[in-house]
Design a protein around this ligand. Structure first.
Ligand code: HEC
Ligand code: HEC
Length: 344
Protein backbone atom coordinates (compact mmCIF):
# COMPACT_ATOMS: atom_id res chain seq x y z
CA UNK A 1 0.00 0.00 0.00
CA UNK A 2 1.73 3.19 -1.18
CA UNK A 3 0.69 6.48 0.31
CA UNK A 4 1.00 9.49 -2.00
CA UNK A 5 2.36 12.47 -0.18
CA UNK A 6 1.12 15.53 -2.12
CA UNK A 7 3.37 18.31 -0.61
CA UNK A 8 6.42 16.08 -1.07
CA UNK A 9 5.40 15.45 -4.68
CA UNK A 10 5.14 19.20 -5.39
CA UNK A 11 8.54 19.82 -3.74
CA UNK A 12 10.09 17.03 -5.78
CA UNK A 13 8.77 18.43 -9.06
CA UNK A 14 10.02 21.90 -8.07
CA UNK A 15 13.48 20.55 -7.15
CA UNK A 16 13.66 18.62 -10.44
CA UNK A 17 12.92 21.88 -12.29
CA UNK A 18 15.65 23.71 -10.31
CA UNK A 19 18.11 20.89 -11.00
CA UNK A 20 17.22 20.96 -14.72
CA UNK A 21 17.62 24.76 -14.90
CA UNK A 22 20.98 24.64 -13.11
CA UNK A 23 22.32 21.90 -15.40
CA UNK A 24 21.09 23.72 -18.50
CA UNK A 25 22.76 26.92 -17.33
CA UNK A 26 25.96 25.04 -16.45
CA UNK A 27 26.05 23.45 -19.92
CA UNK A 28 25.84 26.91 -21.52
CA UNK A 29 28.48 28.45 -19.27
CA UNK A 30 30.74 25.48 -19.95
CA UNK A 31 30.85 26.33 -23.66
CA UNK A 32 33.97 28.54 -23.92
CA UNK A 33 33.47 31.94 -25.51
CA UNK A 34 35.26 32.15 -28.86
CA UNK A 35 37.59 34.96 -27.79
CA UNK A 36 38.25 33.41 -24.35
CA UNK A 37 41.86 32.74 -23.56
CA UNK A 38 42.74 29.04 -23.50
CA UNK A 39 43.45 27.18 -20.23
CA UNK A 40 41.26 26.58 -17.17
CA UNK A 41 38.74 29.30 -16.40
CA UNK A 42 39.84 31.85 -13.90
CA UNK A 43 38.26 34.50 -11.69
CA UNK A 44 34.50 35.04 -11.80
CA UNK A 45 33.89 32.20 -14.26
CA UNK A 46 35.61 29.61 -11.99
CA UNK A 47 33.63 30.84 -8.99
CA UNK A 48 30.39 30.59 -10.94
CA UNK A 49 31.10 26.96 -11.87
CA UNK A 50 31.80 26.01 -8.25
CA UNK A 51 28.56 27.60 -7.10
CA UNK A 52 26.64 25.83 -9.85
CA UNK A 53 28.19 22.51 -8.85
CA UNK A 54 27.29 23.02 -5.18
CA UNK A 55 23.69 24.07 -5.97
CA UNK A 56 23.30 21.04 -8.23
CA UNK A 57 24.63 18.72 -5.52
CA UNK A 58 22.28 20.15 -2.89
CA UNK A 59 19.30 19.76 -5.21
CA UNK A 60 20.30 16.17 -6.00
CA UNK A 61 20.66 15.31 -2.30
CA UNK A 62 17.29 16.88 -1.46
CA UNK A 63 15.79 14.71 -4.19
CA UNK A 64 17.38 11.61 -2.71
CA UNK A 65 15.94 12.34 0.73
CA UNK A 66 12.54 13.02 -0.77
CA UNK A 67 12.65 9.72 -2.59
CA UNK A 68 13.25 7.99 0.74
CA UNK A 69 10.46 10.07 2.31
CA UNK A 70 8.04 8.75 -0.30
CA UNK A 71 8.67 5.17 0.80
CA UNK A 72 8.73 5.93 4.52
CA UNK A 73 4.97 6.26 5.30
CA UNK A 74 4.28 3.10 3.30
CA UNK A 75 7.09 1.32 5.14
CA UNK A 76 5.69 2.40 8.53
CA UNK A 77 2.20 1.19 7.61
CA UNK A 78 3.68 -2.15 6.57
CA UNK A 79 5.56 -2.46 9.86
CA UNK A 80 2.41 -1.66 11.88
CA UNK A 81 0.34 -4.17 9.92
CA UNK A 82 3.00 -6.82 10.56
CA UNK A 83 2.87 -6.04 14.28
CA UNK A 84 -0.94 -6.34 14.26
CA UNK A 85 -0.74 -9.75 12.56
CA UNK A 86 1.74 -10.98 15.19
CA UNK A 87 -0.59 -9.84 17.99
CA UNK A 88 -3.59 -11.54 16.36
CA UNK A 89 -1.59 -14.78 16.02
CA UNK A 90 -0.85 -14.73 19.76
CA UNK A 91 -4.53 -14.01 20.42
CA UNK A 92 -5.40 -17.15 18.43
CA UNK A 93 -2.98 -19.17 20.61
CA UNK A 94 -4.64 -18.03 23.82
CA UNK A 95 -8.19 -18.29 22.51
CA UNK A 96 -7.67 -21.90 21.48
CA UNK A 97 -6.45 -22.87 24.93
CA UNK A 98 -8.56 -20.69 27.24
CA UNK A 99 -11.72 -19.37 25.62
CA UNK A 100 -13.07 -21.87 23.08
CA UNK A 101 -14.76 -24.23 25.60
CA UNK A 102 -17.36 -21.51 26.28
CA UNK A 103 -17.23 -19.29 23.19
CA UNK A 104 -17.03 -22.06 20.59
CA UNK A 105 -14.18 -23.25 18.36
CA UNK A 106 -14.99 -20.63 15.72
CA UNK A 107 -16.21 -17.99 18.16
CA UNK A 108 -19.83 -18.91 17.38
CA UNK A 109 -20.83 -19.28 21.08
CA UNK A 110 -21.52 -22.54 22.90
CA UNK A 111 -23.04 -24.07 25.99
CA UNK A 112 -20.94 -23.17 29.06
CA UNK A 113 -19.60 -26.50 30.41
CA UNK A 114 -20.62 -27.71 33.87
CA UNK A 115 -23.17 -25.08 34.84
CA UNK A 116 -26.79 -25.74 35.70
CA UNK A 117 -29.19 -24.52 34.56
CA UNK A 118 -27.70 -24.67 31.06
CA UNK A 119 -26.35 -21.34 29.88
CA UNK A 120 -24.85 -20.03 26.65
CA UNK A 121 -21.72 -17.95 26.22
CA UNK A 122 -22.31 -15.36 23.49
CA UNK A 123 -20.62 -15.58 20.08
CA UNK A 124 -17.54 -13.38 19.66
CA UNK A 125 -17.37 -13.62 15.85
CA UNK A 126 -20.11 -10.97 15.57
CA UNK A 127 -19.95 -8.04 13.15
CA UNK A 128 -21.00 -5.59 15.91
CA UNK A 129 -17.76 -6.42 17.77
CA UNK A 130 -15.71 -5.06 14.84
CA UNK A 131 -17.14 -1.64 13.92
CA UNK A 132 -15.37 0.15 11.07
CA UNK A 133 -15.51 3.84 11.96
CA UNK A 134 -12.60 4.75 14.17
CA UNK A 135 -14.49 6.35 17.11
CA UNK A 136 -16.78 3.38 17.61
CA UNK A 137 -13.79 1.09 17.14
CA UNK A 138 -11.90 2.75 19.98
CA UNK A 139 -14.93 2.40 22.27
CA UNK A 140 -15.41 -1.23 21.27
CA UNK A 141 -11.73 -1.92 21.94
CA UNK A 142 -12.12 -0.56 25.50
CA UNK A 143 -15.33 -2.52 26.05
CA UNK A 144 -13.83 -5.84 24.92
CA UNK A 145 -10.53 -5.24 26.73
CA UNK A 146 -12.27 -4.47 30.04
CA UNK A 147 -14.68 -7.39 29.69
CA UNK A 148 -11.79 -9.82 29.23
CA UNK A 149 -9.65 -8.19 31.92
CA UNK A 150 -12.33 -7.98 34.60
CA UNK A 151 -14.77 -10.68 33.52
CA UNK A 152 -18.49 -10.33 34.28
CA UNK A 153 -19.17 -10.87 37.95
CA UNK A 154 -22.32 -12.91 38.53
CA UNK A 155 -21.96 -14.69 35.14
CA UNK A 156 -19.71 -17.58 34.08
CA UNK A 157 -17.34 -15.13 32.27
CA UNK A 158 -14.15 -15.36 34.38
CA UNK A 159 -11.73 -12.58 35.28
CA UNK A 160 -8.62 -12.89 33.08
CA UNK A 161 -6.47 -9.83 33.86
CA UNK A 162 -3.63 -10.19 36.34
CA UNK A 163 -4.68 -6.85 37.86
CA UNK A 164 -7.84 -8.59 39.02
CA UNK A 165 -6.17 -11.84 40.00
CA UNK A 166 -6.47 -13.63 36.63
CA UNK A 167 -3.71 -15.37 34.65
CA UNK A 168 -3.22 -12.95 31.70
CA UNK A 169 -0.90 -9.97 31.26
CA UNK A 170 -2.36 -6.73 29.85
CA UNK A 171 -0.45 -7.46 26.63
CA UNK A 172 -2.20 -10.83 26.27
CA UNK A 173 -5.59 -9.23 26.92
CA UNK A 174 -4.67 -6.68 24.22
CA UNK A 175 -3.86 -9.50 21.78
CA UNK A 176 -7.19 -11.24 22.39
CA UNK A 177 -9.01 -7.92 22.00
CA UNK A 178 -7.26 -7.20 18.68
CA UNK A 179 -8.15 -10.67 17.46
CA UNK A 180 -11.88 -10.17 18.19
CA UNK A 181 -11.83 -6.61 16.77
CA UNK A 182 -10.23 -7.94 13.55
CA UNK A 183 -12.30 -11.12 13.29
CA UNK A 184 -12.76 -10.67 9.52
CA UNK A 185 -9.13 -9.85 8.67
CA UNK A 186 -7.04 -12.23 6.56
CA UNK A 187 -3.98 -13.15 8.66
CA UNK A 188 -1.14 -15.61 8.21
CA UNK A 189 -1.10 -18.28 10.91
CA UNK A 190 0.94 -21.47 10.65
CA UNK A 191 1.56 -20.84 6.96
CA UNK A 192 -2.08 -20.33 6.02
CA UNK A 193 -3.95 -17.14 5.13
CA UNK A 194 -7.45 -17.04 6.67
CA UNK A 195 -9.57 -15.14 9.23
CA UNK A 196 -8.73 -15.58 12.94
CA UNK A 197 -11.95 -17.56 13.48
CA UNK A 198 -11.08 -19.98 10.67
CA UNK A 199 -7.68 -20.44 12.33
CA UNK A 200 -9.14 -21.06 15.80
CA UNK A 201 -11.48 -23.69 14.31
CA UNK A 202 -8.50 -25.38 12.58
CA UNK A 203 -6.45 -25.46 15.78
CA UNK A 204 -9.27 -26.79 17.98
CA UNK A 205 -10.29 -29.41 15.38
CA UNK A 206 -6.64 -30.51 15.29
CA UNK A 207 -6.55 -30.84 19.08
CA UNK A 208 -9.80 -32.81 18.99
CA UNK A 209 -8.37 -35.16 16.34
CA UNK A 210 -5.35 -35.75 18.59
CA UNK A 211 -7.59 -36.44 21.57
CA UNK A 212 -6.35 -33.32 23.40
CA UNK A 213 -9.68 -31.49 23.48
CA UNK A 214 -13.40 -32.01 22.97
CA UNK A 215 -15.58 -29.83 20.79
CA UNK A 216 -17.68 -27.37 22.77
CA UNK A 217 -21.31 -28.35 23.04
CA UNK A 218 -23.89 -26.62 20.88
CA UNK A 219 -27.43 -26.34 22.23
CA UNK A 220 -29.59 -29.11 20.84
CA UNK A 221 -32.91 -27.78 19.60
CA UNK A 222 -33.74 -30.15 16.78
CA UNK A 223 -34.68 -32.93 19.20
CA UNK A 224 -37.08 -30.69 21.17
CA UNK A 225 -40.71 -31.80 20.69
CA UNK A 226 -41.89 -28.35 19.58
CA UNK A 227 -39.21 -28.01 16.88
CA UNK A 228 -40.99 -30.35 14.47
CA UNK A 229 -44.19 -28.28 14.73
CA UNK A 230 -42.48 -25.15 13.35
CA UNK A 231 -42.59 -24.17 9.68
CA UNK A 232 -39.24 -23.95 7.83
CA UNK A 233 -38.97 -20.18 8.27
CA UNK A 234 -39.54 -20.45 12.03
CA UNK A 235 -36.98 -23.25 12.20
CA UNK A 236 -34.50 -21.03 10.36
CA UNK A 237 -35.32 -18.37 12.98
CA UNK A 238 -34.26 -20.74 15.77
CA UNK A 239 -30.92 -21.33 14.03
CA UNK A 240 -30.41 -17.59 13.54
CA UNK A 241 -31.15 -16.95 17.22
CA UNK A 242 -28.63 -19.61 18.24
CA UNK A 243 -25.95 -18.44 15.81
CA UNK A 244 -26.34 -14.78 16.69
CA UNK A 245 -26.24 -15.37 20.41
CA UNK A 246 -29.52 -13.58 21.15
CA UNK A 247 -29.74 -15.88 24.20
CA UNK A 248 -26.56 -14.40 25.64
CA UNK A 249 -28.57 -11.21 26.27
CA UNK A 250 -32.17 -12.43 26.30
CA UNK A 251 -34.03 -15.13 28.14
CA UNK A 252 -36.00 -17.02 25.47
CA UNK A 253 -38.31 -19.82 26.58
CA UNK A 254 -37.39 -23.34 25.41
CA UNK A 255 -34.14 -22.21 23.75
CA UNK A 256 -31.50 -24.11 25.74
CA UNK A 257 -29.12 -21.82 27.52
CA UNK A 258 -30.92 -18.63 26.51
CA UNK A 259 -30.83 -17.18 30.01
CA UNK A 260 -29.43 -13.71 29.32
CA UNK A 261 -30.55 -10.78 31.40
CA UNK A 262 -28.99 -7.84 29.53
CA UNK A 263 -32.11 -7.38 27.37
CA UNK A 264 -35.80 -8.07 28.12
CA UNK A 265 -37.19 -11.58 28.44
CA UNK A 266 -38.61 -12.57 25.03
CA UNK A 267 -41.15 -15.01 26.43
CA UNK A 268 -44.30 -14.42 28.46
CA UNK A 269 -43.42 -13.83 32.10
CA UNK A 270 -44.99 -12.12 35.10
CA UNK A 271 -47.49 -9.64 33.61
CA UNK A 272 -45.71 -9.44 30.23
CA UNK A 273 -47.38 -11.19 27.25
CA UNK A 274 -45.49 -13.03 24.45
CA UNK A 275 -43.75 -10.87 21.85
CA UNK A 276 -46.60 -11.00 19.33
CA UNK A 277 -48.86 -9.29 21.87
CA UNK A 278 -46.54 -6.38 22.62
CA UNK A 279 -47.75 -3.52 20.38
CA UNK A 280 -44.87 -1.36 21.58
CA UNK A 281 -41.38 -2.71 22.25
CA UNK A 282 -37.98 -1.41 23.38
CA UNK A 283 -39.17 -1.76 26.01
CA UNK A 284 -42.69 -3.15 26.65
CA UNK A 285 -45.10 -1.73 27.80
CA UNK A 286 -43.91 1.86 27.40
CA UNK A 287 -41.57 1.36 24.45
CA UNK A 288 -41.27 3.70 21.49
CA UNK A 289 -40.97 1.11 18.70
CA UNK A 290 -44.15 -0.23 17.07
CA UNK A 291 -44.45 -4.01 16.79
CA UNK A 292 -47.62 -4.89 14.93
CA UNK A 293 -46.26 -7.48 12.52
CA UNK A 294 -43.38 -9.84 11.84
CA UNK A 295 -42.23 -7.19 9.38
CA UNK A 296 -42.12 -4.50 12.11
CA UNK A 297 -40.16 -6.78 14.41
CA UNK A 298 -37.69 -7.74 11.67
CA UNK A 299 -36.85 -4.05 11.23
CA UNK A 300 -36.04 -3.78 14.92
CA UNK A 301 -33.90 -6.92 14.89
CA UNK A 302 -31.97 -5.74 11.83
CA UNK A 303 -31.23 -2.22 12.96
CA UNK A 304 -32.40 -1.30 16.47
CA UNK A 305 -30.49 2.00 16.58
CA UNK A 306 -32.34 3.27 13.50
CA UNK A 307 -35.64 2.96 15.41
CA UNK A 308 -34.36 3.96 18.86
CA UNK A 309 -31.10 5.90 18.81
CA UNK A 310 -28.81 5.03 21.69
CA UNK A 311 -30.46 1.69 22.45
CA UNK A 312 -28.34 -0.96 24.16
CA UNK A 313 -29.46 -3.62 21.67
CA UNK A 314 -26.63 -3.91 19.10
CA UNK A 315 -26.98 -4.03 15.33
CA UNK A 316 -25.85 -7.59 14.73
CA UNK A 317 -25.53 -7.48 10.94
CA UNK A 318 -28.42 -9.82 10.13
CA UNK A 319 -29.72 -10.00 6.56
CA UNK A 320 -33.41 -9.18 5.95
CA UNK A 321 -34.02 -12.88 5.49
CA UNK A 322 -32.44 -13.85 8.82
CA UNK A 323 -34.18 -11.02 10.70
CA UNK A 324 -37.58 -12.01 9.29
CA UNK A 325 -36.95 -15.66 10.24
CA UNK A 326 -35.98 -14.69 13.82
CA UNK A 327 -39.06 -12.46 14.08
CA UNK A 328 -41.29 -15.25 12.71
CA UNK A 329 -39.97 -17.61 15.36
CA UNK A 330 -40.51 -15.09 18.19
CA UNK A 331 -44.06 -14.47 16.90
CA UNK A 332 -44.76 -18.20 17.13
CA UNK A 333 -44.22 -18.29 20.90
CA UNK A 334 -47.57 -18.91 22.53
CA UNK A 335 -49.05 -17.66 25.85
CA UNK A 336 -47.46 -20.53 27.79
CA UNK A 337 -44.03 -19.93 26.23
CA UNK A 338 -44.06 -22.87 23.83
CA UNK A 339 -42.83 -22.04 20.31
CA UNK A 340 -45.22 -22.86 17.50
CA UNK A 341 -48.37 -22.49 19.62
CA UNK A 342 -49.31 -18.86 18.96
CA UNK A 343 -51.35 -19.73 15.88
CA UNK A 344 -52.09 -17.52 12.78
C1 HEC B 1 -16.46 -20.54 31.57
C2 HEC B 1 -16.98 -19.97 30.36
C3 HEC B 1 -16.22 -18.81 29.70
C4 HEC B 1 -14.89 -18.76 29.36
C5 HEC B 1 -13.83 -19.80 29.59
C6 HEC B 1 -14.70 -17.49 28.71
N1 HEC B 1 -15.88 -16.80 28.65
FE1 HEC B 1 -16.14 -14.96 27.82
N2 HEC B 1 -18.11 -14.99 28.43
C7 HEC B 1 -18.74 -16.05 29.04
C8 HEC B 1 -20.14 -15.69 29.29
C9 HEC B 1 -21.20 -16.56 29.93
C10 HEC B 1 -20.31 -14.36 28.82
C11 HEC B 1 -21.60 -13.52 28.86
C12 HEC B 1 -21.60 -12.79 30.18
C13 HEC B 1 -22.89 -11.98 30.35
O1 HEC B 1 -23.98 -12.57 30.41
O2 HEC B 1 -22.76 -10.75 30.45
C14 HEC B 1 -19.01 -13.96 28.26
C15 HEC B 1 -18.76 -12.73 27.69
C16 HEC B 1 -17.60 -12.39 27.02
C17 HEC B 1 -17.40 -11.18 26.26
C18 HEC B 1 -18.43 -10.05 26.10
C19 HEC B 1 -19.32 -10.32 24.92
C20 HEC B 1 -20.45 -9.34 24.80
O3 HEC B 1 -20.95 -9.17 23.69
O4 HEC B 1 -20.86 -8.72 25.81
C21 HEC B 1 -16.14 -11.22 25.74
C22 HEC B 1 -15.47 -10.17 24.86
C23 HEC B 1 -15.54 -12.46 26.18
N3 HEC B 1 -16.47 -13.15 26.94
C24 HEC B 1 -14.25 -12.86 25.85
C25 HEC B 1 -13.66 -14.01 26.37
C26 HEC B 1 -12.29 -14.36 26.14
C27 HEC B 1 -11.30 -13.59 25.26
C28 HEC B 1 -12.06 -15.52 26.81
C29 HEC B 1 -10.74 -16.29 26.94
C30 HEC B 1 -9.64 -15.58 27.53
C31 HEC B 1 -13.31 -15.90 27.45
N4 HEC B 1 -14.26 -14.95 27.16
C32 HEC B 1 -13.48 -17.05 28.19
C33 HEC B 1 -18.18 -17.26 29.38
C34 HEC B 1 -16.84 -17.57 29.24
C1 HEC C 1 -25.73 -7.49 23.50
C2 HEC C 1 -27.02 -7.85 23.98
C3 HEC C 1 -28.15 -8.15 22.99
C4 HEC C 1 -28.14 -9.07 21.97
C5 HEC C 1 -26.97 -9.92 21.48
C6 HEC C 1 -29.47 -9.07 21.42
N1 HEC C 1 -30.26 -8.16 22.09
FE1 HEC C 1 -32.24 -7.84 21.74
N2 HEC C 1 -32.25 -6.37 23.17
C7 HEC C 1 -31.15 -6.02 23.94
C8 HEC C 1 -31.53 -4.91 24.78
C9 HEC C 1 -30.63 -4.21 25.80
C10 HEC C 1 -32.89 -4.60 24.49
C11 HEC C 1 -33.73 -3.48 25.07
C12 HEC C 1 -33.51 -2.29 24.16
C13 HEC C 1 -34.22 -1.03 24.54
O1 HEC C 1 -35.23 -1.07 25.26
O2 HEC C 1 -33.76 0.03 24.07
C14 HEC C 1 -33.30 -5.55 23.46
C15 HEC C 1 -34.58 -5.61 22.93
C16 HEC C 1 -35.04 -6.60 22.09
C17 HEC C 1 -36.41 -6.81 21.70
C18 HEC C 1 -37.61 -5.98 22.18
C19 HEC C 1 -38.23 -6.69 23.38
C20 HEC C 1 -39.25 -5.83 24.14
O3 HEC C 1 -40.20 -6.39 24.64
O4 HEC C 1 -39.04 -4.63 24.27
C21 HEC C 1 -36.45 -7.89 20.86
C22 HEC C 1 -37.68 -8.51 20.22
C23 HEC C 1 -35.09 -8.35 20.71
N3 HEC C 1 -34.26 -7.55 21.47
C24 HEC C 1 -34.70 -9.42 19.92
C25 HEC C 1 -33.38 -9.84 19.75
C26 HEC C 1 -32.96 -10.87 18.82
C27 HEC C 1 -33.88 -11.68 17.92
C28 HEC C 1 -31.60 -10.98 18.95
C29 HEC C 1 -30.65 -11.87 18.17
C30 HEC C 1 -30.73 -11.78 16.72
C31 HEC C 1 -31.18 -10.03 19.96
N4 HEC C 1 -32.28 -9.35 20.41
C32 HEC C 1 -29.87 -9.89 20.38
C33 HEC C 1 -29.92 -6.62 23.96
C34 HEC C 1 -29.50 -7.59 23.05
Amino acid sequence: MDLVNIPALITAVFLLLVLGAVLWYAARVAVPLPEAPSGPPVGALAMERKIIAIVAMIAAMALLFLGYGFREPARQVQAQEGQLDTSIDRGIDNFTSLCFPCHGEKGQGAVVPDVTPERLAPPLNRADLRPTDSDTRTKEYDFIFKTIQRGRPGTPMPTWGQIDGGPLLDEQVNELTLMILNGDRQVMYQGKLATPWEHTADVVNDHVAQGLATLPKQPDVTSQPWYATLNPQQQQGVQVILQRGCGGCHTIPNIPGAQGTIGPNLGPHDQVPPVNQRPMIATFPNGSVPNNSIDDLSKWIMNPAALKPGTAMPTLGLSQDEATAAAAFLYSIGPDGTPGTAGG
